[in-house]
Design a protein around this ligand. Structure first.
Ligand code: GTP
Ligand code: MN
Ligand code: MN
Length: 608
């Protein structure tokens, strides 16, 4: 071990990978931590770090759940910060119009000054982790340096980490370098605060050197660098270069009453229903749904030409509000098993986490996400709308045994959805792969609390990847088209869905949640060639008779007819905003095939 690390390390480094050791030493010199800890991922380490977090006042142990902790963040550090997220590719044109770009040399210069001395008085943790099963053909490793105990324990839940990974990281093994600091040095005996962070924040990605630098935030999506930063932004670049896809998708296994199994993937923007669909409890008798992943899918072709999906994560970092025994019993059972962290939810007097939608009646008294007393008369939300639970996937009662299979699961259908009050029907099947890619390229949704900024504004969110693309969006579309053109490919069918269409009086037209299986059933029957559909200008749409609505009650049919409606006038208005979106992509990077798809859609709408 290099001398300067051994001087501050609490134990010998668990690796002789010289690339890691040199980098750790360089960062330790720059950030000047009091000590360096190489994380082993053990239960002892978890107990020690959670104990320290309790002592510091960051964590409150929850009496009502085993080995579980509650915490609140700084009120200005509650979500991903898209305006502080940067793709620092060598050429600006490679970041594309949807990303903030800064020259990598300039970014390194600016951030180096922020990092200088940033870990003073703190412990620097070095976390080795693997995205996806450890015995995968080409496992993807990351090493995260962080000065946050909260991050270190969260990474234990969210990734495969620790001793088992150090063992695999032999000399020369490639890894993604992830550097994170909360940006609050404890100089001159400064006391720590419960949630250290800095006003200035940077979430910077250097795609060419496979490096992530995050500064100033302790919040999940900004600080747990294996998740959005690596598994989506850097991995999307790896996928482009190596011929696979890194997507913001859940992975679900569905078995019909006849015992036929299909795996599906679905991309919805943040806070639009992935975790809920991934754990759905089908309301149709005899159907079984099992969870493979709830947020990210890495998909590559197998030897048989099918697209196989792997969940690179090991835990759920799920939106708490709206999660209840009725809407998502599997999520509730997962967190009931304990070993979980709750961030920015409320806390009950008997030591449990609480949020809007967990129970029908709120408790009479709570500590809210500001850490203040709360009663139903307070008139405010007790939990932040982006409050989250962090919990191990293995505890999920609906987890599929193959969630950890290094080969992944073969995908039969891909669903793209968003949160749209109008226009987009409950479900529509694409005519073919290129049409499906077009549909996904113009996917749109109303913004949610998952990212800082205004809520409820319709924006284009291609493939639900707008905040997570590591390169030019036009090149990304070309990559999707190229994947479909691969020789011998047995492509999944592509569908678009919208669980969130509303009536004129603002009510959801579709019951959603467990009833979404009715839509999935229709889609799988389309694959098998047994379901009816109407050809509309935007794709094949079922009539309400073609959907299995057994048990929903007669009153529902009218609402569902409205949810399925393809209104030509609404679509003609939609075209304007699609035109605007495509105009921002830039002439020579938008694939001709998509331009042709848009022209064909216009033609079909004009003739309708
Ligand atoms: P990220 O984890 O941020 O990527 O979001 P996600 O896509 O996993 O979203 P999630 O499943 O946590 O859902 C977020 C919100 O959508 C919650 O408030 C849910 O109650 C709500 N929701 C999920 N599914 C449905 C549905 O089928 N219908 C309706 N109306 N709401 C839903
Ligand atoms: Mn997500
Ligand atoms: Mn989720």
């Amino acid at each position: 071990m290099p001398e300067r690390i051994s001087a501050v390390a609490t134990a010998p480094a668990p690796t002789d990978h010289s690339g890691i050791l040199t980098w750790v030493e360089e960062i330790a010199e720059l950030t000047a931590p009091e000590r360096v800890v190489f994380c082993d991922g053990s239960r002892e380490e978890w107990d020690r770090l959670t104990g320290e977090l309790v002592a510091k006042g960051t964590f409150v142990p929850l009496a009502a759940k085993p080995n579980s902790f509650w915490c609140v963040s700084d009120p200005d550090d509650v979500a991903r910060v898209e305006d502080r997220t940067f793709i620092c590719s060598e050429h600006e044109s490679d970041a594309g119009p949807t990303n903030n770009w800064v020259d990598p040399v300039d970014m390194r210069t600016v951030m180096t000054e922020h990092y200088r001395g940033a870990m003073a008085g703190r412990t620097m943790y070095v976390i080795a982790y693997c995205m996806g099963p450890l015995d995968a053909g080409e496992p993807k490793y990351g090493v995260q340096i962080t000065d946050s105990e909260y991050v270190a324990v969260s990474m234990q839940i969210m990734t495969r980490s620790g001793a088992q990974v150090w063992e695999k990281l032999t000399q020369g093994t490639e890894f993604v370098k992830c550097l994170h600091s909360v940006g609050m040095p404890l100089t001159d005996g400064h006391a720590d605060v419960a949630w250290p962070c800095d006003k200035t924040k940077y979430i910077a990605h250097f795609p060419e050197s496979r490096t992530i630098w995050s500064y100033g935030s302790g919040y999940g999506g900004n600080a747990l660098l294996g998740k959005k930063c690596f598994a989506l932004r850097i991995a999307s670049v790896l996928g482009r270069d190596e011929g696979w896809l890194a997507e913001h998708m859940l992975i679900l296994k569905l078995t019909s009453p006849q015992g036929r199994t299909h795996y599906i993937a679905a991309a919805f923007p943040s806070s639009c229903g992935k975790t809920n669909l991934a754990m759905l409890e089908p309301t149709l008798p005899g159907w079984k749904a099992e969870t493979v992943g709830d947020d990210i899918a890495w998909m590559r072709f197998g030897a048989d030409g099918r697209l196989y999906a792997v969940n690179p994560e090991a835990g759920f970092f799920g939106v708490a509000p709206g999660t209840g025994a009725k809407t998502n019993p599997n999520a509730i059972a997962t967190i009931e098993a304990g070993n979980s962290i709750f961030t920015n939810t409320a806390r009950t007097d008997n030591g449990d986490a609480w949020w809007e939608g967990l129970t029908e009646q709120p408790p009479a008294h709570l500590v809210d996400w500001h850490g203040e007393d709360w009663t139903p008369a307070s008139g405010t939300a007790a939990a932040h709308p982006n409050s989250r639970y962090c919990t191990p996937i293995e505890q999920c009662p609906s987890v599929a045994p193959e969630w950890n299979d290094p080969r992944g699961v073969p995908i039969s259908a891909i669903f793209f959805g968003g949160r749209r009050a109008t226009t987009i029907p409950l479900v529509a099947e694409s005519f073919d792969w290129a049409h499906g890619v077009f549909t996904a390229s113009v996917l749109s949704s109303e913004t949610t609390a998952a990212a800082a900024g205004k809520v409820g504004v319709v924006r284009r969110d291609p493939m639900a990847m707008l905040p997570f693309l590591g390169y030019h969006v036009g090149d990304y579309f070309a990559h999707w088209l190229a994947m479909g053109a691969r020789e011998g490919a047995q492509l999944p069918k592509i569908f678009q869905v919208n669980w969130f269409r509303r009536s004129a009086d603002g009510k959801f037209l579709w019951p959603g949640f467990g009833d979404n299986v009715r839509v999935l059933k229709w889609a799988l029957e389309r694959l098998e060639g047994t379901a009816e559909a109407v050809r509309t200008p935007i794709g094949f749409v079922p009539t309400s008779e073609a959907l299995d609505l057994d048990g929903l009650g007669a009153g529902y049919r009218g609402l569902i007819d409205a949810a399925l409606d393809v209104d030509v006038d609404e679509w003609v208005r939609e075209l304007e905003s699609i035109d605007e979106w495509y105009a921002t992509i830039g002439g020579n990077r938008l694939p001709d095939a998509l331009r042709a798809e848009l022209a064909a859609l216009k033609m079909r709408l004009a003739e309708a």
